[in-house]
Design a protein around this ligand. Sequence first.
Ligand code: DX5
Ligand code: ZN
Length: 220
Amino acid sequence: MISISPSVLAADFANLERDVRAVEAAGADMLHLDVMDGHFVPNISFGMPVIAAIRKVTGLFLDVHIMISEPQRYLEDLARAGADGITFHVEVQGDPEETIRRIRSLGMRPGLALSPDTPAEAVLPYLEQLDLLLVMTVVPGFGGQKFRQDMCPKIETVAARARQLGLDRLTIQVDGGIGRETAPLCARAGAGCMVAGSAIFGKEDYRAEMEAIRAACAGA
Ligand code: DX5
Ligand code: ZN
């Protein structure tokens, strides 16, 4: 069974509480929050005050994807804001092992992401220390981009290594252009958690969309 993490980036920011409650009531497994710094990626989204505000209106696991150059600078603030999991990029500054350790010591679940141009080999050494591995299926920075099917072999490589190591705890997540057509391709390659922004928040009926994604993956 796959899990779904709707990306708030595609929600209505003037009605965040309404949208977050609606997606929770519709059966979301967690909530994906994209923090962008305008430096690691050429876009700025939202930060701690928005995460803290969302924390107040939902019990969902807050799956925070940080697209920022210096993750270590913000880990304490993210924990204080109520993040449950932090996924940072392997391409950024700092020793990934140390960042993973600090995330865990702050009581959060560590995740590591890799952008489309980064090979699987860059993250394989860290799999045993992680709860989540995020394979980006678009170049990070913007919602609504086209799914990169050429990322499926990378998902397969990571999934094969995780199986080899017996890592039952590790979730492989995908993010970017995910919807009912593309999610099954990722599920077949070994992904267990689907991040979807525009595919969910762009629809009237969040529940119907998430059920369609789950149904499409069930046969994968
Ligand atoms: C992109 C973000 C994604 C984004 C996905 O950098 O990491 O989480 O919200 O949006 P969709 O699902 O619309 O591609
Ligand atoms: Zn994301």
